[in-house]
Design a protein around this ligand. Structure first.
Ligand code: ZN
Length: 218
């Protein structure tokens, strides 16, 4: 029996991965992290969606992450940058987040004899976050296998998809409306269409409009 663990946040990308995993593996479990994110409402959404999907979700605390460095996702005193600055990622980058999430997920997975790890990172529409790149995932996969002497396989179904193609995938998986109205991607924690002005909302909306247009044109 194939078993998979999805690193889950209640957002558009990881929700699409959650339902993708259900069609590819016999048994699917999810893990989420509370790391002091200002939009903690995403964890409520994560719980509700995982329940609907019939996927058990475990939420772990990673409070430490917000005290070792500062970024606008965990520090409510910092303004969220609305434009991509030159030559560096925006201040919404949480340094080391994906490495820590995947590492904790791998420890949890091995303890539960799960060898497939699924994460919604991608580099097609990425916001300049270095830990969303394929090169990093391939490297960490090797490191985790060596570290725990276990044959993990990290799956990144969204790696080469842009936002419009991620909407298409959700539609193909039969969860277009669920993703559109229940997930939280907005940096201000507003579900569905979100605040409409933060970089995450803009990216999501642009992808949605492109997808709806391409669908109209057949
Ligand atoms: Zn927003």
């Amino acid at each position: 029996m194939s078993k998979a663990l999805v690193i889950y946040s209640g957002g558009q990308d990881s929700t699409t991965c959650l339902f993708w995993a259900k069609t590819h593996f016999d048994s699917v479990t999810a893990i989420a992290f509370n790391y002091g994110q200002r939009h903690v409402s995403e964890l409520t959404a994560a719980k509700q969606i995982a329940d609907q999907a019939g996927v058990p979700l475990t939420i772990f605390n990673l409070d430490l992450l917000s005290s070792v460095s500062h970024n606008s996702l965990t520090d409510s005193k910092m303004e969220v940058e609305t434009d991509q600055p030159d030559h560096r990622p925006p201040n919404t980058l949480v340094e080391g987040r994906n490495m820590l999430f995947l590492t904790y997920a791998a420890i949890f997975a091995k303890a539960n004899l799960i060898d497939n790890l699924i994460t919604g990172v991608g580099q097609a529409d990425f916001s300049g976050y270095p830990d969303c790149r394929n090169e990093f995932i391939v490297s960490l996969n090797q490191t985790l296998n060596l570290s725990m002497d276990f044959e993990y396989r990290i799956h990144t179904p969204l790696m080469w998809l842009d936002k419009s193609e991620i909407w298409k995938l959700a539609d193909e998986l039969g969860v277009f409306d669920l993703v559109r109205f229940q997930t939280i991607t907005c940096y201000h924690g507003i579900p569905g269409e979100g605040c409409g002005t933060c970089p995450s909302c803009k990216l999501r909306r642009r992808g949605l409009l492109n997808y709806l247009k391409s669908k109209e044109n057949g």
